[in-house]
Design a protein around this ligand. Sequence first.
Ligand code: CP3
Length: 343
Amino acid sequence: MTKTMLRALKGETLPTPPIWLMRQAGRYLPEYRATRAQAGDFLSLCYTPDLAAEVTLQPIRRYGFDAAILFADILLLPQALGADLWFETGEGPRMSTITDMAGVTALKGRDDIHEKLAPVYETCRILARELPKETTFIGFAGMPWTVATYMIAGRGSKDQAAAHKLKDTDRPAFEALMDRVTEATIEYLAKQVEAGCEVVKLFDSWAGSLKGQDFEDFAVAPAKRIISELKARFPGLPVIAFPREAGEGYIGFAEKTGADCVAIDNSVSPEWAAEKVQAGRTCVQGNLDPKYMVTGGEELVQATKRVVEAFRNGPHIFNLGHGITPEADPENVTLLIETIRGK
Ligand code: CP3
């Protein structure tokens, strides 16, 4: 029997949607915190294949999710391209910055990333072997715009001002950076697939700050290029695209880019996404507000049923609208799954 997640990605409407959660391996789980402590820090965890595979498996063992996502980070790719990367405790990622064409030119080439990323591919091989046969294995990368926002600013930012400034004042450097990241992303994802990933997900967390033609040029066009190249190399490979907070930009995104599924954040209602994006035929993933995983109770049950109900007339993969937060209660994940699958 084909895995439920792969069936949904092929466009099948299922009586019960497959379920997984963004950041399902994460700090809300005591077993994750223990393994991270064993590794020393987050980046060491990402680069230690046995431990990265272990944390990927933890939520599968605990909850029986329909899919597992590789444990890694979107910022490992820019690090492999030559950026310095570290995490400030309690604050988030920090990187060396790229501010001009010289910075872009100094980056490594697309074929020079694999030595640094070899442990990630090894994690994939372990997981391809060890995951339960009904669990779908998802690989991922950040989309060029989102990755570039960190490479340009050297950190996360609410409005991505530094990246917008480079885009608007030094277009050649910005476009050269986007090209470099796009090309490296294709090679990175191809290696993940060769190492056993069955699906890839493209995270464009900051797509929402690209407006009008910029959204077409720097969210849609790179997605289309990455997806068509991957599908040329791996015919039939399912791809999930997540242009977070795209709003109206979600409409037609799958058709324009060739994605098999569009992940929807929780700034839009499930009813709107069902009508405008899923439209009875396009696979959508989402979009419960992660806050319910903290608050739980009857509100969680009702909000979950609303999402399932809204998307029941087309292909749907249940997920949150963004990653589960460290404050989430592991018991609420059990309640979520029971609500969707029935006890
Ligand atoms: O979903 C998964 O569980 C798979 C692994 C994964 C991580 N990060 C692990 C992680 C994935 C798919 C990501 C994607 C990622 N990383 C994105 C895109 C998705 C999104 O959340 O919008 C972004 C923007 C990043 C960059 C990043 N990594 C930030 C901004 C942070 C700090 C914020 C935070 O939550 O601490 C990280 C750290 C990070 N990546 C953690 C995890 C489990 C927390 C690290 C820890 O254990 O302290």
